[in-house]
Design a protein. Structure first.
Length: 107
């Protein structure tokens, strides 16, 4: 796979994660639940979440697990993350080709 194709795929997956988080931006979400929602396996999802957190677009925190269970990571968008989601949505609308106008034919 070319580097460009891999970059496009990463960007698409990042956008999926962003949009899933943007649905309820103030709510903390488990990575497992996000993966199920956007249909990504953990090997694809968690590197994306780490990159987004490193860029300041996500907050990440640990929630202690019940006794005998490991702690779980929680994620939510930061204000910068919300801004990015809004910008991506605006760009997507601007890049969408216009729908041709069809006139009704008179009978």
């Amino acid at each position: 796979m070319s580097a460009t194709k891999a970059q496009e795929r990463r960007s698409t997956y990042s956008a999926l994660a962003d949009h899933a988080l943007a649905a309820e931006p103030s709510r903390w979400r488990y990575g497992y639940d996000l993966g199920a929602e956007v249909d990504l396996k953990s090997g694809s999802l968690y590197p994306i979440l780490v990159r987004l957190a490193d860029r300041g677009l996500l907050e990440a925190t640990w929630e202690p697990g019940p006794p005998g269970k490991p702690a779980r990571h929680l994620y939510r968008l930061t204000a910068a993350g919300l801004d990015q989601v809004a910008q991506l949505a605006t760009e997507a609308v601007a890049q969408r080709p216009p729908v041709p106008h069809r006139r009704w034919k008179e009978a």
